[in-house]
Design a protein around this ligand. Structure first.
Ligand SMILES: *Cc1c(COP(=O)(O)O)cnc(C)c1O
Length: 373
């Protein structure tokens, strides 16, 4: 009987290793691999995951915000860390913690140069983001001469990489647009390289990019979702292993007759004699209200049990009529017998939002590589 302590997110490092090796096998061995560990490593545990990825041989790590990078440094992570979305108010602590900023706008570039000059830096590694059509962060093509001037007029910075981000790498209907982004990136990055006089790393592919456009790997790829076991595509999903399994236990089971109602706002009406089980997990744990009212369900001893009524803050109710189970039994919300993508889709969302949304009060339980579950 596997132990379950209320609600637990199991994190399988063997699955992470499998995914890393799979993704690596898709690109040439001289292409560098950047592992994205932002948002608690997509809702898991950024320190544990970053350590494992260092062991597996990742060349680079990336986080979104400065605080996330500091946390990794304070826990002994030594690989270079790209901060994808820094603000200038944090530039001193970026330098203090040897983090490498993405410089994405004129204001941010000027501010970083002035901080680096004040702190007497030489050749501090930075990353220049180019906008090739996502229209989120980055320099547009007409700004390249200015970027080059600002950088070549100071000795404080060294461009470690030039990069861009694809808007629809998972979507074959957008293939022409994606190829256009890749071509524009090639042109823009070469304009900048020529002016700099040296060639930094170049990268544009995220997980779906490296799978669907491996020839556009340039000198590095950036992968997040793939490492965690999702390929944005059924065929790729079948090659990867989700690292997270969300488990809980049955707190109470109640028999109800036709006409009874369950939960807040009496949102579920019992139509026939039923068994309703209560689970210690709710919208404050990341199982949003969208999953209630029988939109999604969970697995009890390999059988599907729909979530009935409204999702509460700390509780959901499931219909276990006809399922042989008792109070204290294990329930799998997603992972294992229920693919997380199926659960996410039942709630009208995607893997990224489901897994990053699991709140910190849910215990993370790390399963080392090579240990039997
Ligand atoms: C989050 C992020 C990634 C990772 O994308 P996946 O689809 O998870 O592989 C890569 N690059 C940038 C700029 C990002 O923000």
């Amino acid at each position: 009987m596997p132990e379950a302590k209320e609600t637990v997110l199991e994190i399988d490092l063997g699955a992470l290793a499998h995914n890393y090796r799979y993704l690596r096998s898709k690109i040439d061995s001289d292409v560098k691999f950047l592992s994205v560990v932002k948002a608690h490593a997509y809702g898991s545990d950024s320190v544990v995951i970053a350590k494992k990825l260092e062991e597996l041989g990742t060349d680079y790590l990336a986080v979104a915000y400065v605080e996330e990078g500091i946390r990794l440094r304070e826990n002994g992570i030594t690989k270079p860390i790209l901060v994808l979305h820094p603000q200038f108010t944090h530039f001193e602590s970026i330098i203090e913690h040897c983090l490498e900023p993405n410089l994405y706008s004129e204001k941010i570039l000027r501010e970083f140069i002035s901080t680096a000059e004040r702190l007497k830096q030489k050749n501090y590694p930075v990353h220049i983001k180019l906008n090739t059509g996502l229209n989120r962060l980055g320099f547009d093509q007409p700004e390249i001469p200015l970027v080059a001037d600002l950088i070549t007029n100071t000795s404080t910075l060294k461009v470690a990489s030039i990069f861009s981000h694809l808007a629809a790498s998972e979507d074959w209907k957008e293939r022409d647009f994606t190829v256009g982004q890749i071509d524009l990136f090639r042109k823009m990055s070469w304009q900048l390289v020529e002016k700099l006089g040296y060639e930094p790393l170049l990268h544009i592919c995220n997980t779906s990019g490296l799978i669907n456009y491996p020839k556009a790997a340039f000198s590095m790829v950036r992968s997040g979702i793939g490492l965690y076991g999702y390929g944005n595509d059924k065929n790729v999903d079948s090659e990867l292993r989700p690292i997270g399994t969300l488990k809980t236990i049955i707190s109470q089971i109640r028999k109800l007759d036709k006409g009874a109602t369950v939960g807040y706002n009496r949102a579920f009406k019992v139509e026939k004699p039923s068994r309703i089980a209560t689970l210690p997990v709710g919208h404050a744990d990341g199982i949003n209200r969208i999953y209630g009212k029988q939109k999604a369900g969970v697995m009890v001893h390999g059988k599907f049990a729909p979530i009935v009524g409204n999702v509460c803050m700390d509780i959901i109710m499931i219909d276990v009529t006809g399922i042989d189970c008792e109070e204290g039994d294990e329930v799998i919300i997603f992972g294992g017998p229920q693919h997380p993508v199926k659960f996410a889709e039942a709630g009208g969302t995607i893997s990224y939002e489901l897994i990053t949304g699991i709140q910190r009060r849910v215990t993370r339980k790390i399963i080392p590589e090579g240990s039997e579950k």
